[in-house]
Write a protein that binds this ligand. Structure first.
Ligand SMILES: C[S@@+](CC[C@H](N)C(=O)[O-])C[C@H]1O[C@@H](n2cnc3c(N)ncnc32)[C@H](O)[C@@H]1O
Length: 393
């Protein structure tokens, strides 16, 4: 066996040992959490994640600073509106990856130096200690201080401000389920005869889960979907929305992610759901084959977020495709300006144009959705001119 094979066997054995220790199949909610967040073996938890074109997957911040430049046009007016009252303001980025997005946002703030600049606190919420270290390295030379807090610390002292979650909630663990003899059952992860991880059919879903699925358009009997039809949903979305809400006394949550509404998510034609593993820019539906060495992602159901918002203390403001939002935020004008002769060398203009186009290409990052929620407890200042007209009312 090659040394690569030994490494792979060692890597997969931790999941086998974990499952053996549990003495029975486990919900994928738990297994996905191990695979991503286990501090020793998990893809994020242990810091094995590799962002960018040379890594496992690209995200908008890895495409260059243009994403942060456009995003700033959405964030600043919200902070500006809150700044009308005295006191500190906070921008919280939850799930900051390698810290590049915050780094690019800081470059923009310090260049614009808004009047509320010295009242702005910058906070990162990151569950992986290994990634916290990476973020500290990325932000080491930043002209302003950023600090790291956990949600409990923020909950003890809620802030006025804005939470940004870019490609975070597609990494929240999901529960897999499928139709068996006309009833919804859970798909679990167990061990096969060769002691290898495998999928096993579990018991029927609990009544509260069935109720939630029904609201998403999945009736108890399957609604005409064929035997074996399967998908997933995110049971930790509600608790996460509550936790995020507890971090703010007043403000907004902007979540940007792979997403779609329930009607598309659970369309009978989408058998198998949206869960994917990703490594070296290639995706696979074999989620268990290389535990802890692949990213795992499931699209976010925008309808679920909308349905859970009110009970978590948020007012749902709407969701829209990234392509549409960025056009509203001036992307087309940016592209036009790059066609005119200007101070930038041609190669830089072409590279910037390429970055901008990738953000709206429906086959690349244009298929992302922006979801906006506002805190419900205290009256917020009047809706700022941005978010612009694209938020459905
Ligand atoms: C797909 S990466 C996205 C990184 C970055 N936002 C970007 O777009 O490039 C997900 C990030 O969220 C972090 N994360 C996942 N679950 C988390 C949680 N419950 N709390 C805080 N951070 C979490 C991961 O460690 C990682 O930094």
């Amino acid at each position: 066996m090659s040394s690569g094979g030994v490494v792979e066997q060692q890597q997969s054995s931790w999941l086998v040992q974990r499952l053996e220790a549990k003495a029975g199949p486990q919900s994928f909610v738990e297994v996905m959490d191990w695979l991503l967040n286990d501090p020793q073996h998990g893809y994020y938890g242990s810091g094995q994640v590799r962002f960018g074109a040379q890594g496992d997957f690209v995200t908008a911040p890895t495409q260059g600073p243009v994403f942060a430049e456009l995003l700033r046009r959405q964030l600043w007016p919200c902070l500006e509106a809150l700044a009308a009252e005295s006191g500190p303001l906070t921008l919280i980025e939850w799930g900051p990856g390698d810290g590049q997005l915050m780094c690019d946002l800081i470059a923009g703030i310090s260049a614009e130096a808004p009047a509320w600049w010295d009242r702005l606190e910058l906070v990162l919420v990151e569950s992986s200690p290994a990634l916290q270290l990476r973020q500290q390295q990325t932000l080491a030379g930043a002209p302003v201080q950023v600090h790291w807090c956990d949600p409990q610390q923020l909950g003890a002292e809620p802030r006025r401000g804005l939470i940004l979650a870019h490609e975070l909630i597609d990494a929240l663990p999901v529960q897999r389920f499928g139709l068996h003899n006309g009833r919804w059952h859970e798909w679990l992860v167990g061990l096969d005869g060769q002691q290898q991880p495998c999928w096993q059919l579990g018991g029927a879903l609990a009544p509260d889960v069935l109720g939630q699925l029904e609201q998403l358009g999945l009736p108890a009997g399957g609604g005409g979907r064929p035997e074996g039809w399967s998908s997933e949903w995110c049971p930790v979305m509600g608790p996460w929305l509550e936790q995020a809400r507890a971090c703010l006394s007043q403000g907004w949550l902007l979540a940007i992610d792979y997403a779609m509404p329930a009607a598309r998510y659970y369309a009978p034609s989408r058998d198998g759901g949206t869960l994917l593993a990703c490594r070296e820019q290639r995706t696979s539906t074999d989620l268990l084959c290389d535990p802890g060495r692949m990213d795992l992602t499931a699209h976010v159901c925008t309808t679920l977020v909308e349905q859970l918002a009110a009970s978590a203390g948020w007012r749902w403001q709407g969701a829209a495709l990234q392509g549409e939002v960025l056009l509203q935020l001036g992307l087309a004008q940016e592209i036009t300006a790059l066609s005119e002769p200007g101070p930038l060398p041609l190669a830089d203009r072409l590279s910037r144009r390429e970055q901008l186009l990738r953000l709206v290409d429906p086959h690349l990052l244009g298929g992302f959705w922006w979801m906006l929620l506002e805190s419900d407890a205290l009256p917020l200042p009047p809706r700022p001119p941005c978010p612009p007209a694209w938020w459905p009312s």
